[in-house]
Write a protein that binds this ligand. Structure first.
Ligand SMILES: Nc1ncnc2c1ncn2[C@@H]1O[C@H](COP(=O)(O)OP(=O)(O)O)[C@@H](O)[C@H]1O
Ligand SMILES: [Mg+2]
Length: 268
């Protein structure tokens, strides 16, 4: 069964359709990429998948998250569903983090919610231990210092690692990562990508990886859906979309990525 099953999703604001009749499914354990240029509707699709659309945007169609309808669902039902099913990591880690709360406590919060959800007794020491384990799992150095630091006291890459640890704390079946490396420098991008890839492999969780950057997506997913101006123009296995793009728009994405690679090669 698909963990995420989007069918005929249309997102409107006023009279304008921002996403039109989009269908996409991510099976348990699968890794799907969603690519498209800036403004093509990727982030709105991600938000619709977890029922977090801005108030001025209306959704039509169906989004099933682990078999439960998200479109039109009550917020209280969505909160439970999000925690149990879908973890999210966004472009800018600062939006996920509370600037006034120490890192350790921020990672502990979703842990406490998960313990409650699972109905277990709340053992503060177990929470503390698991918080440290999570910080280790995302390969943060000097755990004691970082757990005790505020977000502004650590680097951008470290903040994204903390945001990933928070998403993992819920033990989601699906991780939705919306441009998780876009705000980072190139070296850090590669490290975070490798980390996400390792974590997904280890845990077997499904992944919806969103990016405007084709070569990045190709490193981590098996299948891609290509979005242009709110419409799906192509989908398929990464290799075939890359090597023989069917749609002209995808061809321009591939050509742009190749030109970028060449420019980098020339600079070396
Ligand atoms: N809250 C909103 N109200 C109206 N339009 C919006 C809102 N959020 C995004 N949009 C518009 O919807 C389109 C898709 O946005 P988005 O999903 O953020 O694109 P992407 O993530 O692919 O860059 C853009 O044209 C954007 O300007
Ligand atoms: Mg976006």
């Amino acid at each position: 069964m698909s963990l995420l099953e989007i069918k005929g999703l249309t997102l409107r604001t006023g009279g304008q359709a921002l996403v039109s009749d989009l269908s996409l499914s991510v099976a348990s354990g699968a890794r799907m990429g969603l690519i498209g240029e800036s403004g093509s509707g990727k982030s709105l699709t991600a938000l619709a998948a977890i029922g977090l659309l801005p108030p001025d945007i209306r959704a039509e169609g169906s989004v099933l998250l682990d078999g439960k309808e998200v479109v039109g669902a009550r917020e209280e039902d969505l909160v439970a569903l999000r925690g149990a099913v879908a973890g999210t990591v966004f472009q800018e880690p600062l939006t996920a983090l509370d600037p006034l709360m120490k890192v350790g406590r921020q990672v502990a919060e979703p842990l406490v919610r998960r313990y409650r959800r699972e109905g277990g007794a709340l053992d503060r020491r177990a929470v503390d231990r698991e918080m440290r384990e999570l910080l280790e799992r995302v390969s943060l150095p000097d755990i004691a210092r970082i757990a005790n630091a505020y977000p502004f006291e650590i680097s951008g890459g470290q903040r994204q690692r903390v945001a990933i640890a928070m998403a993992l704390a819920c033990r989601p079946k699906l991780l939705i990562a919306d441009e998780p490396t876009t705000a980072l420098d190139v070296t850090t991008q590669a490290e975070i990508l490798e980390l996400l890839s390792d974590l997904v492999n280890e845990s077997g969780m499904a992944l919806l990886f969103i990016s405007h950057d084709l070569p990045i997506v190709a490193q981590i997913v098996e299948e891609v859906t290509v979005l242009r101006r709110g419409e799906v123009v192509e989908r398929g296995a990464v290799r075939s979309v890359f090597s023989s793009p069917a749609h002209e728009y995808t061809r321009t994405l591939v050509a742009a990525a190749a030109a970028f690679d060449e420019a980098l090669g020339g600079a070396r």
